[in-house]
Design a binder for this molecule. Sequence first.
Ligand code: MG
Ligand code: ZN
Length: 225
Amino acid sequence: MTAGKKPVIFCDFDGTITLSDNIVAIMKHFKPEGYEPLMKRTVDQEITLREGVGNMFALLPSSRKDEIVDFVLSRAGIREGFREFLDYVKQENIEFYVTSGGMDFFIDPLLAPFDIPEGHIYCNSADFNGENIEISWPHPCQAPCDNGCGMCKTTVMRHFPEDQYERILIGDSLTDFEGAKIADMVYSRSILTDKCAELGVKHVPFQSFFDIMGDMKQKQQQGVL
Ligand code: MG
Ligand code: ZN
């Protein structure tokens, strides 16, 4: 590393590490009564992500936990090159964090085979002890963010000061955009690519983690990372 700043990666989970969004998949499959308007209002940003996601999960009875877990684990695919990418960042001593608006009950088992160090996964938590599922939010927005993110990606990123860290964001959707604006480097796919292009945020599109690894290696060779 020659840039003087320490690189740190913030990687989204749903639709980035996995091939598609697991929360959307759960809702569309289990169709709890009343989820559709909540989903629409969340996507349209009429209500916060925290409110929308919390209220959608609250429509699902805790008794369906096993079915929901089995459903997610059986259908979620991991994006190509993820394991090789983790080997690369480990070898290069690049700090790697998963920053996800998803829930521990599907993220932890899906990431278990990858040996990501303790404390390097930021996500929300689901409680199945009550009648219905209750989401808790251990990493809420801190000033200046007041977007009701749920798991606040920019708050996590701000714990790594920009004068000391080269902050690298990997993501796919609108919920990654605020982080993309404050990142030094952005790897994007899907809607995040469109949004970055539209609003002039510098980004490198990717399809697999091999693409990201290739670009990072090239930047290391050029001495810009
Ligand atoms: Mg995502
Ligand atoms: Zn926030």
